[in-house]
Ligand binder design. Structure first.
Ligand SMILES: [Zn+2]
Length: 151
């Protein structure tokens, strides 16, 4: 059962289901001894490869890394920078949770038009785009805009 909005990533229902399932499988590997808040992510790249990530916490709390960024960094490390969709999984049953602000900005680095599936443990999902998750965003193109000359 899907609560749909906005853009489709051009994935079939079967591909979406697989991506959602893989995000929940990745969640099983979360290292979250401090928050006990497990998160998983599965990222579908342009060529159909799926990269996963889980949150990895640390006794030095600021060093924790979210599942979404782990999946993106995994993909970039393997040479993939064009993404069609990401599914994000938590253990929360009552609502579709969205990525944190840091992850939204990292997603936005790779475009605003790709899809994010916010999922629940029952594998239902809500569809959003990166642009909907982070409106009025700052991105790579902004660095090249005309600037006043410094003194
Ligand atoms: Zn995050």
């Amino acid at each position: 059962m899907a609560e749909k909005s906005a853009a489709s990533a051009g994935l079939t229902d079967e591909q979406i289901h697989e991506l959602v399932q893989k995000s929940h499988q990745a969640k099983q590997r979360a290292y979250a001894p401090y928050s006990n808040f497990r998160v998983g992510a599965a990222l579908h790249t342009e060529d159909g490869t799926i990269f996963t990530g889980c949150n990895v916490e640390n006794a030095s709390y600021p060093l924790c890394c979210c599942a979404e960024r782990t999946a993106i960094f995994n993909a970039v490390t393997e040479g993939c920078r064009t993404f069609r969709a990401m599914a994000v999984a938590t253990d929360v049953e009552s609502e579709f949770l969205a990525p944190c602000g840091s992850c939204r900005q990292v997603m936005r680095e790779f475009g605003t038009d790709w899809t994010v599936y916010l999922t629940k443990p029952d594998l239902s999902y809500r569809t959003m785009t990166v642009g909907e998750l982070l409106p009025c965003s700052f991105g790579p193109d902004d660095l090249n805009k005309p600037k006043v000359k410094g003194q």
